[in-house]
Design a protein around this ligand. Structure first.
Ligand SMILES: NC(=O)c1ccc[n+]([C@@H]2O[C@H](COP(=O)([O-])OP(=O)(O)OC[C@H]3O[C@@H](n4cnc5c(N)ncnc54)[C@H](O)[C@@H]3O)[C@@H](O)[C@H]2O)c1
Length: 317
């Protein structure tokens, strides 16, 4: 038995989680206890819906959930013409969505692609129906889709505020609303929203986006209280800068008073205490979403989890 435990420890150190999972599984049969050395567990048998899945963080969450064995429902509007244009930024297009779908399907063939707008009740209700008819139910919904228009506070107009709040706040509430009956039917589940470090502090020049991300945390906490008795956990992830088309867009870089991604990295690096990384990768956020969706996250609800390479240490209590 000691040899087996040493093997597990060695695997944890050398092969990471996958190696530990294999060793933990063989030990679990013998002890029933050391299976807990697999921190992320598995999502085998679970069905997960991810909005804004055509690229960036949403695509990465779909990939990691698929790798952990979940059946995947990828939803994205994938049509830049449905939101007001922003100079230097566009939301995903159809080709990006098709490429993401193929990538996730290559990991797990149990993957469904749905073109839908998170602002539409009919689109979200229809997505739930499709998920149930294809996979038999829903266990996890990640409200990730987001949109941004950069403007100074005094310059924000009705179009800026309403269009951003519509996608980032109503879109999240609508996703949670539509998913709740399906989760209740399964006897519980997980709802996850994607806020931002912009939802934890004021961010000059970030326009209505900052308010929208604060609102995401508020509605997440409200839902956590109301849905807890149904065995549904509800949590927000608040990412720092993540290397995605949104963060690397010309408009985002210009809003920081900069002109290139290299300048963006140089400006942010000193503000991110962990290691020597100028930005997070989408998979950093996806790993957190796996944690919250898996067994290890079962008793966590109503939190906003900063995933920001320590940047949050500057402003959180
Ligand atoms: N990249 C960052 O640095 C960062 C930091 C903090 C939070 N976030 C948040 O993470 C989430 C994902 O951002 P990202 O960086 O991957 O951005 P992204 O623009 O690369 O991806 C967002 C996705 O949402 C989709 N989308 C937009 N409007 C939609 C709608 N109405 N209906 C359905 N889909 C829609 C887009 O087509 C796109 O595929 C967003 O909520 C964003 O605000 C990003």
């Amino acid at each position: 038995m000691t040899d087996q435990i040493d093997t597990t420890r060695r695997n944890l150190l050398t092969s990471g989680i996958a190696g530990a999972a294999a060793a933990g599984a063989s030990l679990a049969a013998a002890t029933g206890a050391l299976a807990q050395t697999t921190p992320f567990g598995t999502l085998e048998g679970k069905v997960a819906l991810i909005t804004g899945a055509a690229r960036g963080i949403g695509r990465s969450i779909a990939e990691e959930y698929a790798r952990h064995g979940a059946s995947i429902v990828m939803l994205d509007v994938a049509d830049p013409s449905v939101v007001p244009p922003v100079e230097g930024f566009r939301i995903a297009n159809s080709e990006e969505f098709d490429a993401a779908f193929e990538a996730v399907r290559a990991i797990n063939p149990n993957t469904l692609q749905i073109r839908g707008d998170v602002r539409s009740e009919g689109d979200l209700d229809g997505a739930m129906s499709q998920a149930i008819s294809r996979f038999g139910g829903l266990d996890i919904a990640v409200a990730n889709a987001g949109y941004v228009r950069w403007h100074g506070f005094a310059d924000g107009r009705e179009l800026d505020w309403k269009s951003v709040l519509d996608v980032n706040v109503w879109g999240v509430a609508n996703t949670f609303r539509a998913a709740t009956p399906a989760l209740r039917q399964r006897g519980g589940g997980r709802l996850i929203s994607i806020s931002s470090i912009g939802g934890r502090q004021g961010v000059p020049g970030n326009g209505a986006y900052t308010s929208s991300k604060w609102a995401v945390i508020g509605l997440t906490k409200q839902a956590a209280i109301e849905l807890g008795p149904d065995n549904i956990t509800v949590n927000a992830i608040a990412p720092g800068p993540v290397d995605t088309p949104m963060y690397r867009s010309e408009a985002q870089i210009a809003s920081m008073g900069l002109s290139t991604a290299a300048e963006q990295d140089a400006a942010l690096n000193p503000m991110l205490p962990v290691g020597d990384r100028p930005a997070l990768a989408p998979v950093d956020i996806a790993n957190t979403a796996v944690f919250l969706a898996g067994d290890a996250g079962a008793s966590i609800s109503g939190v906003s989890l900063d995933v920001a390479l320590g940047y949050n240490a500057f402003y959180t209590s």
